[in-house]
Design a protein around this ligand. Structure first.
Ligand SMILES: [Zn+2]
Length: 213
C-alpha cells in the first residue's frame, strides 16, 4: 500500500526511503508517509532439514510473529527468469511489508540465501533482514530423507550439498546467517530456539513495539 501516494495518488513501483525517519517519499510530489519498519526474519535451509516443521510450530505457538511459507507463490517461471530469484524475492519483500504493516513482524520460510536479497530496494521496508538456516548433520539429513521416502539420488545429493553450504558459508554472507542445528532437537525444541533468536532481535529492533516515531 506504500506504493500509492496518499497525497497525489501516484503509483510508484520504485520508492525512495528515509530510513532515519522511517518514511517513504513519493518520487512524484515528495510527500512523506511514515510506516513502521519492522525486522524481517527469513528461515532457510535444505529440504528435509526441518524448516517447514519449525515454521509450523512458530505459526501455531508464537503469536508475536506472522509465520508464512514462500512456496505458496512458487512458480517455475521464477527459475526461468535466470535472475538469481531476485524478482521473486522482491515480490516477497512487498508481500511481507504489507503483512508487517499490520503490526506483526513476518517470518518467511523457504530456501533462500542473502545474496538473493542484496541491494533490493524493497529491503528498505524493514529495519533489518535476519537469516536463520535450519541445518543438521549429513547422516541425520539422510535419515530424514529416507523417512520422507525421498529416493531420487540427484535430489538427495542436492539437499546434502545445500545443507553443507550453510555450514561452510554462514559466516561469509552479508548479513551472516545464524545456524540452528536440529540434529538432536525435537520440532518444539527447535521452534523454542528459533523463538529466542527472534525475541532477541525484536528486543533490539522493536523495543517500543510497532509505534511510529
Ligand atoms: Zn505523491
Amino acid at each position: 500500500m506504500l506504493h500509492v501516494c496518499p497525497a497525489c495518488g501516484h503509483y510508484a513501483p520504485e520508492l525512495l526511503f528515509d530510513k532515519e525517519k522511517s518514511e517513504v517519499i513519493c518520487p512524484d510530489c515528495g510527500h512523506r508517509t511514515a510506516f513502521p519498519r519492522l525486522p524481517l526474519f527469513l528461515i532457510t535451509g535444505s529440504s528435509c532439514a526441518g524448516k517447514s516443521t519449525l515454521t509450523r510450530e512458530l505459526f501455531l505457538h508464537n503469536n508475536r510473529v506472522a509465520a508464512i511459507e514462500s512456496d505458496i507463490l512458487w512458480d517455475e517461471k521464477w527459475r526461468k527468469a535466470g535472475d538469481n530469484f531476485r524478482a521473486y524475492r522482491a515480490m516477497w519483500l512487498r508481500v511481507c511489508q504489507n503483512i508487517s504493516h499490520a503490526g506483526k513482524p513476518v517470518v518467511l520460510c523457504g530456501c533462500c540465501d542473502p545474496g538473493q536479497f542484496a541491494d533490493q530496494p524493497e529491503a528498505g521496508f524493514f529495519s533489518g533482514l535476519h537469516f536463520l538456516a535450519v541445518v543438521c548433520r549429513d547422516e541425520v539429513l539422510e535419515h530424514r530423507m529416507d523417512r520422507r521416502g525421498l529416493t531420487d539420488p540427484e535430489t538427495r545429493q542436492g539437499n546434502l550439498s545445500f545443507n553443507r553450504w550453510f555450514w561452510e558459508n554462514h559466516n561469509k554472507t552479508n548479513p551472516p546467517i545464524t545456524l540452528l542445528d536440529t540434529s538432536e532437537l525435537s520440532p518444539s525444541e527447535a521452534a523454542a530456539q528459533a523463538g529466542r533468536w527472534i525475541d532477541t532481535i525484536l528486543e533490539k529492533e522493536m523495543p517500543y513495539g510497532t509505534a511510529i516515531s
